[in-house]
Design a protein around this ligand. Structure first.
Ligand code: G3D
Length: 186
């Protein structure tokens, strides 16, 4: 970073940058969440299924987020690991209305946790228990139990119930993530 960039950051004129990976099973609502977090003018009106991944940007507090929205379809999930190294944090989206696939989400989360690029890092993980508006949706507490989040002791994590269609729960989650990231991003 050049002197002027450093000065601008120090004066609060320039936001600090952070890279975050957004993962979770297909159809959990990742793209809808990320779209909702973008400035209103930049939001897409039609959400199309993600092929591979897309890169999106939004600001929150004094951070400029670059988010890699990874496809959750089975054939693309092996792409996730290629982006762990450069990610400073992870957003993991759970479809709380699809109780049968929470088990699959847990398997994918276990693979993520045990990956060499994640295992020994203190990277914060934000979970969205999304689709809380759906009938019979699991609560955030139930999702965290099924995902065995109490076993995650070496990384800061937080779970928020969310409704990506209305935006409910999203700001709370991103505020938590921003605080975590600000504590280590220089
Ligand atoms: P993905 O990126 O994880 O694959 P998407 O998921 O963001 O493409 O969302 C998949 C579908 O779930 C979309 O519906 C989207 O509108 C819906 N969805 C996302 N979040 C919520 C939510 O919080 N509540 C409800 N009820 N629906 C949600 P379609 O019909 O376009 O497939």
């Amino acid at each position: 970073m050049g002197l002027f960039d450093r000065l601008a950051t120090w004066l609060g004129l320039k936001k600090k940058s952070t890279s975050v990976l957004c993962v979770g099973l297909d159809n959990s609502g990742k793209t809808t969440i990320i779209n909702r977090l973008k400035p209103e003018k930049a939001q897409a009106t039609d959400i199309v299924p993600t092929i591979g991944f897309t890169v999106e940007k939004f600001d929150s507090q004094n951070l400029a987020f670059t988010v890699f929205d990874m496809s959750g379809q089975g054939r693309y999930r092996n792409l996730w690991e290629h982006y762990y190294k450069d990610a400073q944090a992870i957003i993991f989206v759970i479809d709380s209305s699809d109780r049968f696939r929470v088990v699959v989400a847990k398997d994918e989360f276990d693979l993520l946790l045990n990956h060499p690029q994640v295992k020994d890092r203190k990277m914060p993980i934000l979970f969205f228990a999304n689709k809380m508006d759906c009938k019979d949706a699991l609560s955030a507490v139930k999702c965290s139990q099924l995902m065995a989040l109490d076993q995650v002791r070496d990384k800061p994590w937080h779970i928020c119930a969310s409704n990506a269609l209305t935006g409910e729960g999203l700001d709370e989650g991103v505020a938590w993530l921003s605080d975590q990231i600000c504590s280590f991003v220089k």
